[in-house]
Design a protein around this ligand. Structure first.
Ligand SMILES: C[S@@+](CC[C@H](N)C(=O)[O-])C[C@H]1O[C@@H](n2cnc3c(N)ncnc32)[C@H](O)[C@@H]1O
Length: 285
């Protein structure tokens, strides 16, 4: 008896070989698909391919290789964008109590990077912390907020959030930093002008080159490295070190760690906080 012919996938159906999907996702974003995520992603890609009238996943992948608009869609289908205002709140306490007082002594412009900013609550929370604790410092601070996902960046830039998304904020914070638009269940909250001028949003794949970025005083790189493989993570720890000013801070997510053999570049400085050593001031506090 002859064995049934294996489905070639390239030509006959929308199944798509799992390794082909994983390779495509990794090549375009650096994201490693966990064993539990493969089927979910395949279903999303299949739905999208069908909608576009394509008969195979291979045809869909060919389209992505060429068309930038569809590539943005593809990336939006695969990213995990969970976020929230003042998420992992200890970093905002650290910013207000330790980092800002240290920077206040320096009169120059301050640069902060939210790398993997999702739909914006992280950079807006940074801006609120600065405005809330020292308006003069806020005026000389620029926050760069980057993400690979164009759809979440669009929302981040709009600064517009539903009532269910601002639950992490106090009434005082909402009154001070947001304007209400709409009424009743349709009411939304829009970030108000003083904060809006502080943040620049930019689409960026962190695995690509970082053209024209300044040296940063603080980098928030939280809950992003968990999606990458260890070699990609190592490259990023080194690149973040290079992009920090001496004495600058790197803040990462609760499930993330800079490996011990790189801690001469990024020294532990509190809960999921690291600092680039300052040669001129050996004892970074
Ligand atoms: C779970 S969210 C974290 C958001 C925010 N940092 C926080 O902690 O609330 C992860 C974000 O990383 C972004 N991301 C994933 N891969 C990326 C890459 N290669 N370059 C830039 N951003 C990426 C995703 O689009 C997503 O918005």
């Amino acid at each position: 008896m002859t064995a049934p012919r294996a489905c070639p996938c390239r030509d006959c159906c929308l199944d798509g070989a799992p390794d082909q999907i994983a390779r495509m996702v990794h090549d375009l974003s650096g994201i490693v698909i966990g064993p539990d995520k493969g089927d979910i992603l395949r279903a999303r890609f299949q739905r999208r391919a069908r909608l576009l009238g394509l008969k195979t996943l291979a045809a869909y992948f060919d389209l992505i290789a060429g068309a930038s608009e569809e590539r943005d869609r593809f990336i939006s289908l695969l990213t995990t964008n969970v976020t929230g205002f003042f998420r992992e709140a200890h970093h905002f306490d650290l910013l207000a109590r330790q980092i800002m007082p240290g920077l206040d002594r320096i009169g120059r412009r301050i640069n902060i990077w939210s790398a993997g900013c999702s739909s914006g609550p992280e950079p807006w929370s940074i801006a609120m912390t600065l405005q809330g604790h020292c308006a003069a410092m806020a005026r000389r601070t620029r926050i760069l907020a980057c993400d690979i996902d164009a759809a979440v960046l669009h929302k981040a830039r709009s600064g517009c959030y539903g009532a269910d998304e601002v639950t992490g904020l106090s009434a005082a914070q909402i009154n001070r930093h947001f304007c209400a638009c709409g009424d009743g269940p349709l009411r939304r909250w829009r970030v108000a002008p003083p904060l809006r001028g502080m943040v620049e949003f930019r689409q960026l794949n962190l695995h690509d080159v970082w053209p024209g970025l300044p040296a940063f005083d603080v980098i928030f790189f939280r809950n992003v490295s968990i999606y990458f493989d260890p070699p990609a993570q190592r490259r990023l720890w080194q690149r973040f070190h290079d992009q920090l000013r001496p004495g600058g801070w790197l803040l990462i997510g609760h499930a993330e760690r800079v490996p011990a053999d790189l801690q001469h570049l990024l020294r532990p400085a509190g809960l999921t906080a690291y600092r680039r050593p300052d040669q001129n001031c050996e004892a970074v506090p």
